[in-house]
Design a protein around this ligand. Structure first.
Ligand SMILES: [Fe+2]
Ligand SMILES: [Fe+2]
Length: 166
């Protein structure tokens, strides 16, 4: 246990923060990612805003827990985990079916545009874990996105509901 903890321990530096911002800004300036601004999510937000929120939250969790991570893989996983590109309000699927299939659709779409490695593919496919059929997150980056996604979704749904009822 002690060895495992030592192996993942990382003290974040201002250079890490700068590299996180650099990876994020490189990716979000691409038209393929800007396209997410047109995809609504969580009844009032966009998939773009959600993914940026997940990236920032996952990175902050890694810092809080001193987890050694691949910052670039974390940012790519966060920005592509919901790359399914349809409006859930008008989709031909039930909410339950959407929750089961959208990670696979997101990966299919993302792989048409980006070359992803095993870790990045697993981040996308496992982000809905523990729902049925979702593979286990297999890296610290995948666990961070899986947790950050749930925190952000909860926060965004509450905020958007409050905004609608103002
Ligand atoms: Fe998702
Ligand atoms: Fe998500």
């Amino acid at each position: 246990m002690h060895l495992w903890r030592t192996a993942v321990k990382h003290e974040f530096t201002p250079e890490d923060d700068a590299f996180f911002r650099q990876c994020l800004s490189e990716l979000i300036s691409q038209p393929a990612i800007e396209r997410l601004k047109q995809v609504p999510q969580h009844k009032g937000g966009t998939t773009y805003a959600h993914c940026v929120n997940v990236a920032g939250t996952a990175y902050r969790l890694a810092k809080r827990w001193d987890w050694e991570i691949d910052i670039r893989a974390l940012v790519y996983g966060a920005m592509l985990h919901d790359y399914y590109l349809y409006d859930t309000e008008t989709m031909p699927y039930s909410d339950y079916r959407h929750s089961l299939i959208h990670p696979k659709l997101a990966l299919e779409n993302a792989e048409k545009l980006f070359s992803l490695d095993f870790r990045e593919r697993n981040i996308i496919l496992s982000h809905m874990w523990p729902i049925p059929g979702a593979p286990l997150p297999r890296s610290r980056e995948a666990w961070l996105i899986c947790i950050a996604d749930k925190l952000c979704a909860h926060q965004e749904i509450r905020r958007n509901k409050a905004l609608r009822h103002r």
